[in-house]
Design a protein. Structure first.
Length: 571
């Protein structure tokens, strides 16, 4: 069992979805009965029963559990969870910080979900409104386009320069020899480093039977180490550039190992990673991210040969400084900020740019091309986010150009909803007087004169499914050009007028919808054809049944009855 409660001594043992194991001790608490009940509730919150799937998240719950047990014990409480009372818990939660209240409420609820019994009204209190409401945190806005470009250029330059220097160093080493035999030359220093690995200056001197001072005075050692092995500056640049191109969450990038990379060809990579607040995810990397990954694997290949097996499998490896033997263990925000200061990465205010890796992800999502979202049943950035959260995090935090594009999309959607709300214009008698008398607002809106009305009724303005008030109006294309809309788009167009002579083509279009419904997933059909399929029935319901019966005799239920493009065929 991945998560198990241990009684002697009291504690938890967990195995998370990524295979990592963690043990937590709850021994020595002043009220072991309550501690065990709350630990039982915690088991229900941890993978695979709940969503807690990392050591950090479970540790937050453990700390909250200890805090609650100690606080209540100090007030004289010695019973279990079943003896807790509403007033006692309300007092504890009102005096607790926001996070402590949220975590301990979940522990109490988890106790009942695992089969425990609480006192009267306790569960309702625990699952009810929190006393300490967590303030809404404002998501970091995307970087300005100029800042984003400067950061990308600095990372790209560092990555390319370090890789070029690495390749030159390997070429020099291939032609070199031992410095004791060939002399103190850059190529010979590189030759020795490729055989002894990243060593300190004193260790390098031991291989030459000289002191560290002699190596330092002769020079060239630090430059050779920097060229042969990736160092901290290059490592930070690679990781930032990989985040810029891929948009993966920062904790997912941190914990990548070489086994997470699944090559599906020469230029396609499926990357698996762990998102710490959820679980394992995967991403088909963009081409630029694949190239960065290939380049990094090539540049770090030599260093990996000198690392122990467990450290070798980590994706991001490097030496902490040129000329040293210490490996990079962790890259924190301070190290990244110092990197930005060293390389002159500045914001639009002229100050050193504050680099937040989560903000890099936000900017990646804001900048990327969203044309592939067209027709998606749920066009969202992250499947773990609701559309409302993504709207708050990504759509409201956009550049002026993107904000204008978003407003245009919203306006188009509003106009589309208004068009759907208007009933279809259907004339049951092909008579100009009937059109003018039955739809005075339509005639006024289209600015139709007697000649135009006669053309609508007489068929001179017919398209496939209707008569069009003005094909050059530019409603679905450039103004002054013929309308490029597909036949079914006319069903929701305010310029369309339907007459009995259109019944046959409308029935053919309805049969086409039926064929599409049979071959398409329901969600995809509703996204592409749903509104038009509902509208066509509204139009046909206004026709005389005898007209529809006569028209049905001419329907062959085949694609060649409609003006379709090859990709729209159903056969």
């Amino acid at each position: 069992m991945p998560t198990m409660l241990v009684d002697e001594p009291l504690g938890l043992t967990c195995v998370f979805s990524d295979g990592r194991r963690a043990d937590y001790s709850l021994d020595g608490l002043p009220n072991p009965v309550l501690a065990r009940d709350l630990a039982t509730g915690l088991v229900d919150l941890i993978h695979p029963h709940g969503t807690a799937d990392s050591d950090g998240t479970v540790n937050f719950y453990i700390q909250a559990l200890r805090n609650m047990v100690r606080t209540l014990a100090a007030q004289g409480f010695a019973g279990g969870a079943a003896q807790l009372r509403r007033g006692q818990l309300a007092e504890f939660w009102m005096a607790s910080p926001t996070r402590l209240e949220a975590l301990t409420r979940s522990l109490v609820e988890g106790f009942t979900q695992s089969g425990g019994t609480l006192g009267e009204g306790v569960l309702e209190l625990a699952s009810g409104r929190h006393f300490n409401i967590q303030p809404n945190r404002q998501a970091l806005p995307p970087y300005a386009e100029e800042e984003w470009q400067r950061l990308t250029e600095v990372c790209r330059t560092l990555v390319d320069d370090s890789y070029a220097a690495h390749r030159r160093a390997l070429a020099d080493a291939a032609d070199g020899q031992h410095p004791l035999e060939g002399g103190w030359k850059p190529g010979n220093l590189r030759w020795l480093l490729t055989r002894v690995g990243p060593v300190s200056i004193s260790d390098f001197g031991q291989h030459l039977d000289v002191s560290a001072a002699v190596v330092h005075n002769r020079g060239g050692f630090h430059d050779a180490t920097r060229a042969v092995f990736p160092h901290l500056d290059a490592l930070i640049a690679y990781r930032l550039l990989f985040g810029i191109y891929s948009g993966i969450v920062p904790d997912g990038i941190d914990d990548l190992v070489t086994e997470d990379i699944d090559w599906a060809g020469d230029s396609t990579v499926l990357l698996s990673y762990i998102k710490r607040r959820t679980t394992a995810e995967s991403l088909n990397l963009p081409r630029r991210a694949v190239r960065v990954l290939e380049q990094w694997l090539a540049q770090s290949a030599l260093l990996r040969t000198f690392l122990p097996p467990e450290e070798r499998r980590k994706l991001w490896v490097g030496v902490s400084r040129a000329g040293g033997s210490r490996r990079v263990r962790r890259i924190d925000r301070v190290a990244v900020q110092r990197w930005a200061l060293r390389h002159g990465v500045v914001g639009n205010d002229g100050q050193p740019l504050k680099i937040h890796r989560s903000r890099i992800r936000t900017t990646h999502e804001a900048m990327r091309d969203k044309s592939t979202w067209t027709g998606s049943s749920r066009a969202t950035i992250d499947p773990n986010h609701t559309p409302a959260v993504e709207g708050d995090h990504y759509l409201t935090a956009a550049t002026p150009a993107q904000q204008q594009a978003i407003e245009t999309v919203v306006e188009d959607a509003q106009h589309d909803m208004l068009r759907r709300a208007h009933p279809p214009t259907v004339i049951t008698e092909e008579d100009a007087a009937a059109l003018a008398g039955g739809y005075p607002q339509l005639v006024a809106a289209m600015d139709l004169d007697d000649v135009a009305i006669a053309e609508l009724v007489g068929g001179q303005r017919d398209v496939f499914t209707a008569a069009c008030g003005d094909q050059l109006s530019g409603l679905h294309g450039p103004k002054g050009k013929p309308c490029p809309a597909r036949p079914w788009v006319c069903l929701l167009c305010p310029l369309a007028v339907f007459a009995p002579r259109h019944a046959v083509n409308l029935l053919r279009l309805k049969a086409f919808f039926s064929r599409q419904w049979q071959q398409m997933p329901a969600a995809q059909f509703m996204a592409v054809f749903g509104p038009y399929a509902a509208r066509i029935q509204q139009v046909l319901d206004r026709f005389d049944p005898t007209v529809l019966a006569a028209g049905a005799a001419h329907i062959a239920d085949q694609d060649d009855e409609l003006p379709l493009r090859p990709e729209e065929m159903t056969a």
